[in-house]
Structure formats: C-alpha cells, structure tokens
Design a protein around this ligand. Structure first.
Ligand SMILES: Cc1cc2nc3c(=O)[nH]c(=O)nc-3n(C[C@H](O)[C@H](O)[C@H](O)COP(=O)(O)OP(=O)(O)OC[C@H]3O[C@@H](n4cnc5c(N)ncnc54)[C@H](O)[C@@H]3O)c2cc1C
Length: 378
C-alpha cells in the first residue's frame, strides 16, 4: 500500500503531525509498535493549559486529572520553597487519554492508525514493518528517545517513575527534591493525580534508577505501587538536522523535550504540528525549502529558550549540595512571589535566573560560573 506520509510512532509528536497532514488532505499512516495508543504511559502528565490550547486540545474531563496549585522545591538540607502555581495554570493530564484524544482528532481528519506495527527498516521510499511494507513520499520518525539514543547516548539520563497510592500525596501539590548526590544533574518528583494517588519519579546521571527510587519511597513512607516505568529521558536539546532527505524527525526523536526537566508534551507536540504543516506544503509545492521551514519555525519558538535551558542544565550538573543549600537559603519571599506571579511554565529560564539571584543581591552563581552566566541573561 502507498501513502503520502508514513509516521513511525503514535504518541504526541507523531499523532499531531498526522492530524496536520491529514487535515491538508494528504494520505497518512501512523504505525505504533505498542498494542494501544497511550499505553504504556511514560509521562508525569504535567503540562500548561495554554500549551495544550496552542496544540488545539481542549482537555476532556477524562483527560484532566487535576490542577496544580503549588510547587514545593526542596533543598538537600530540607529547606522548602513554595511557589504558588495557580497563575501558571499547570494541569496534570492522563497521557493515556490525551494520546487517544489526539489520535481521534487525527483519525477524524482522515489519518489511518495501526497499532502493534513496528518499523523495522526503510529502503527506497518503503517502510518495512512487522505488518507489511508501505510506500511513502515522506517518512516521519516519531519514535521518541529510542530513536535518538541509536545515534547518541550521552544526552540521556536514567529515570524511574512509579504510579502509587500513598496518603502523603496531596492533590494540587507538585514536589521536587534536589540532591546532587542522589540525583546527579536532575531531581526526584511527586506529581499528584488526586489526593492519595500520583506519580513519583527519580532521574539522574549514572544512577541505578530502581535503587534510587526504592530509597526515595522508603524515605516518604507507606505506599502501594500500581505501575512501574523505567525509561531514559533526553536532556541534550535538539539534534542538528530535523530533516534528512525525505525523512522528517519530530518530538523526542529530534531532541525536542526541555533540557531542564525533560518535559516534552508541549514542545514535542509543537514539533509534530509544525512538521505536519511543512510536510503538507512540501507535498503541494515539491519545494524542499517548505520542508526545511519546519526546523526554522520550531527554532524560532524554542531555540533561544532551549539554549538557556541547556546552560542551566550544565550549571545544575556542577552544583554540589552545599551550593544548592546556599542558593535556596538566599531566595527571598519577594523572589518567590515574583516567580509565582510572573513566570511561564513552558519558558521557565526567567524563573531560574530569578532563583539564582542574578538580578538581585545573591552572587553565588556568578562566583561559581563567572562570565558564563551571561548566557542565561541574554
Ligand atoms: C518518566 C517520564 C516522565 C515524564 N513526565 C513528563 C511530564 O510530566 N510532562 C511533560 O511534558 N513531559 C514529560 N515527559 C516527556 C514526554 O513523555 C515526552 O517528551 C513525550 O512523550 C515525547 O513524545 P514523542 O511523541 O516525541 O515520543 P514518545 O512519547 O516517546 O513516543 C514514541 C512512540 O514511538 C513508538 N515507537 C518506538 N519505536 C517504534 C517503531 N520502531 N515502530 C513504531 N513505533 C515505535 C513508541 O511505542 C511510542 O509510542 C516524561 C518522560 C518520562 C520518561
């Protein structure tokens, strides 16, 4: 069988791409190797409501688990900072439902989706899959981190995320724990779905994710685990070329998740949408510049912010616990209130700059990172 576009990977990036290609009237097949779209869920589900709106998603009651009221950041010493998150309108969504909602949009526009179908190889404009061979004009690689790590392993961190029942999980409260010894270059987290149910996760460079998770849970108290996910996360930012010949790379496969938190629903989803639009234009014009416009438009939106996030990541990887504690203890209530009232969940390096006190009295970061720190401010 023959399609204008074959998309390998039926998650946010691939499905948004399929929706846009189908909307423009081109034939598109999405192949997903798992047996169900949205499962297994490898995501905390934190996303801004405005980001979802940009992507053309009005979350259904099934899709939204809860709304975040507060983010609590915890230093190695135990110092806590509470950020009021109401203004940022961050929600916890059920990824299993969100992915199905996008799949439905894609299907309604004319896309065909096949599950339990895995891309094995490509040759001469043919996708060889576990369910047969399909001809294409454009192949989209939306296979997530599993695709990018075939080329480069250095940008991945190990993560574990368990879905648990525990009395200590509070609806509306996201918890983030920094400790450079336990979670080098990252943190552990608690994301509530409701009171008493949520996801806890750990990630870090070179950690044993299972042991680190068990220790974190032990420190928190009684719980019951209902699902375990182990997955690498990509934190090295975008790859150099999103388009190679007639292959277009989107989402995590193109390194489009945030270098700071590895959050990718929004930025990978936008990658899918922009790629879908560019592919549609190319199919009509046959002008390769149209295809290439995808990378330009994604970079215009996220390029600068991701460069800053990459720099913030470099800093985080170099901070020891004493320095993290010092930074925490120098953050004032005024800084917290400024972040709570003015900052953006999707473009959050301005909040990082404020926390490091770069525009205030604290000069710790400048002492540690010297002139390099300007990269965050520009
Ligand atoms: C533990 C964890 C927690 C996270 N929490 C958050 C969060 O709270 N908020 C947030 O915004 N982001 C979060 N993320 C990141 C987010 O999940 C990803 O950035 C996002 O899912 C990327 O979407 P994608 O479509 O590019 O790739 P993926 O969602 O990884 O999808 C790739 C798809 O390709 C399929 N596939 C792979 N190989 C093949 C093949 N050969 N043939 C066919 N199909 C194939 C896979 O089965 C999968 O369905 C988290 C990630 C992890 C690991």
């Amino acid at each position: 069988m023959s399609y204008d576009v074959v998309i390998a990977g039926g998650s946010v990036a691939g499905l948004f791409c399929a929706r846009e290609v189908a909307k423009a009237g081109h034939s598109v097949l999405v192949i997903e190797e798992d047996f169900e779209v949205g499962t297994p869920e490898h995501c905390g589900g934190l996303v801004s409501a405005s980001g979802l709106g940009d992507l053309g998603i009005i979350p259904s009651t099934k899709t939204i688990d809860s709304q975040i009221q507060k983010a609590q950041l915890c230093a190695p010493s135990g110092t806590m900072l509470d950020i009021n998150a109401k203004k940022q309108n961050v929600i916890v969504i059920n990824r299993r439902e969100l992915d199905k909602q996008i799949a439905h949009q894609a299907q309604k526009n004319g896309a065909e989706i096949r599950v339990k179908t895995s891309l094995k190889e490509t040759k001469q404009n043919q996708a060889v899959t576990s369910a047969g061979t399909f001809d294409y004009k454009i192949l989209v690689d939306a296979r997530g981190v599993s695709s990018i790590i075939q080329k480069d392993r250095t940008g991945t961190l190990q993560s574990a995320q368990y879905e648990i029942y525990a009395d200590w999980i509070q609806k509306g409260l996201v918890e983030v724990y920094f400790d450079s010894e336990k979670y080098p270059g990252f943190f552990s987290w608690v994301i509530p779905a409701a009171n008493g149910i949520g996801k806890v996760g750990v990630a870090g460079r070179g950690i044993n994710a299972i042991q680190t998770m068990e220790k974190f849970l032990e420190s928190r108290g009684k719980h019951s685990t209902i699902r375990k996910v182990f997955a690498p996360i990509w934190v090295n930012g975008p790859i150099d070329e999103f388009v190679a010949g007639n292959t277009v790379i989107v989402g995590d496969a193109a390194g489009q998740s945030k270098p700071t938190t590895a959050g990718g629903i929004y930025s990978c989803g936008v990658g899918g949408v922009l790629a879908g639009k560019a592919i549609s234009s190319y199919l009509e014009s046959k002008n390769t510049n149209d295809l290439k416009s995808y990378q330009k438009s994604w970079s215009q939106k996220f390029g600068k912010e991701f460069e800053k996030q990459l720099f913030a990541r470099k800093m985080l990887e170099r901070l020891d616990n004493t320095t993290i504690d010092k930074i925490f203890s120098a953050i004032t209530p005024e800084m917290i209130s400024d972040i709570s009232n003015n900052d953006d969940f999707d473009f959050h390096t301005t909040a990082i700059v404020k926390m490091l006190g770069l525009k205030g009295s604290l000069k710790i970061a400048q002492t540690i990172f010297g002139g390099e720190i300007r990269k965050l401010l520009n």
